[in-house]
Design a protein around this ligand. Structure first.
Ligand code: FEO
Length: 394
């Protein structure tokens, strides 16, 4: 990367799903770096599964026995999984990390190790070079920090400004498929950092206070000032900026097998518009829209309703799929009401109510259920249910 900074991470171009839920159409990389000076520091480790390749990469640069410090900016096991094995080969290495990271690492590696808890702004001399540790909490775990190498104007950011993207030459100036990279960069931000937007703003502010010409993240290409760094920071700034809303937004999501739950959804919209004429109230049949766009609408709404029929004593899979995209950080106490038609036993609505309550939404009562096609009385009862919900939004 520079005269004394080496990239020793592992490329994984064939990975197609990361962390169970993230599609990685362009693979990923587990980046790790060695800084050589009078003392030798290793920044991040690697996923345990790729240890054999990883240790060979390290050996091309240093004998592992010579590593003095292992800097862990973040401890999710894609960066720390190899630590347990690595420590057996690095007898004098001291781990440097945040306090939260020191706690997590004990349970990830299940072994004893010397650890130095770095405080915000603390410096560590490697000889001629000096590392500075900068607290960066919730980017994207409580353990996160940045490490700054002033002599190279280089910042190690772990996941921050990373991407699940893999090419043989892992520098922004060498990217041969820029559109694919931009897609991966945006997807990574949305999946990992969008719930933590105010912390993203704080992280950018800390970066701007430094003289940074090169960012070395732990996934995807490095970013330099003459390449994509400024644009990448501007993108993060834009994506994490607070959204100013002009109107109350209350979407109605639903699935409907025979149109009965859909009838309730349409009645919900009518009542919501009656109580809040200026509000944005859109109906979304869940199976007719891309799940990621519905998730954005759900997570950015002021409140929402969700309707499900009951099939096999449960809510239907598209409803569960949408709820699996809930941002559990920023939706606490968001008002929600659940409704649906059922034929026999009607477990779908209470199951969804329970799930939303677990996610700490403010759920209206026990929801509303109609049997098969809602009759006039049921529609009146449902209207009263929705009106109570709508009034609570004033
Ligand atoms: Fe790449 Fe949060 O781990």
């Amino acid at each position: 990367m520079t005269k004394d900074v080496y990239s020793v991470g592992v490329l994984n171009p064939n990975l197609r799903v990361f962390d169970i839920v993230m599609a990685t159409d362009y693979g990923t990389s587990y980046n790790s770096y060695i800084i050589k000076d009078e003392k030798t520091a290793l920044v991040e480790t690697c996923h345990a599964r790729y240890f054999d390749e990883y240790i060979e990469n390290i050996r091309q640069v240093v004998n592992p026995e010579e590593i003095d410090y292992i800097i862990m900016n973040h401890t999710e096991p894609d960066h720390s999984g190899a630590l347990e094995m690595l420590l057996s080969l690095c007898p004098k290495a001291e781990i440097v990390c945040s306090r939260a990271a020191s706690i997590y690492l004990k349970k990830i590696s299940n072994r004893e190790f010397p650890v130095h808890v770095a405080t915000d702004g603390e410096a560590l001399s490697l000889g001629e070079k000096e590392l500075t540790f900068i607290s960066a909490p919730l980017l994207h775990w409580p353990d996160s920090m940045f490490t700054y190498l002033a002599s190279e104007k280089l910042l190690f950011t772990c996941d921050f400004l990373g991407a699940h993207y893999c090419e043989p030459r892992m520098k922004d100036t060498c990217i041969t498929h820029p559109k694919a990279y931009q897609k991966a960069f945006l997807g990574y931000y949305q999946a990992i950092f969008s719930p933590f937007s105010k912390y993203v703003q704080a992280g950018l502010k800390k970066m701007r206070a430094l003289d940074v010409e090169l960012v070395c993240p732990s996934h995807g290409p490095t970013l330099c000032k003459n390449g994509l760094l400024n644009q990448a920071m501007a993108d993060y700034d834009q994506w994490s900026a607070p959204v100013k809303k002009e109107r109350l937004t209350v979407p109605v999501f639903y699935c409907s097998a025979y149109g009965y739950t859909e009838e309730l959804a349409e009645e919900a919209r009518r009542v919501l518009k009656q109580v809040h004429p200026q509000a944005e109230v859109e109906l979304y049949n869940i199976i007719e829209h891309p799940m990621d766009s519905l998730a954005l609408k759900l997570n950015s709404a002021d409140a929402f309703l969700i309707g499900t029929p009951t099939i096999n004593r449960d809510a239907v899979p598209p409803v569960w799929q949408l709820l699996s995209h809930v941002d559990a950080v920023n939706n606490v106490k968001k008002p929600v009401a659940v409704f649906g038609s059922y034929g026999w036993t009607g477990e779908g609505v209470p199951a969804v109510c329970q799930r939303l309550a677990t996610l700490k939404f403010k759920v209206q009562g026990d929801g509303y259920r109609a049997v098969f096609k809602p009759n006039e009385q049921e529609l009146r009862d449902f209207s009263a249910f929705v009106e109570e919900f709508a009034q609570s939004l004033k």
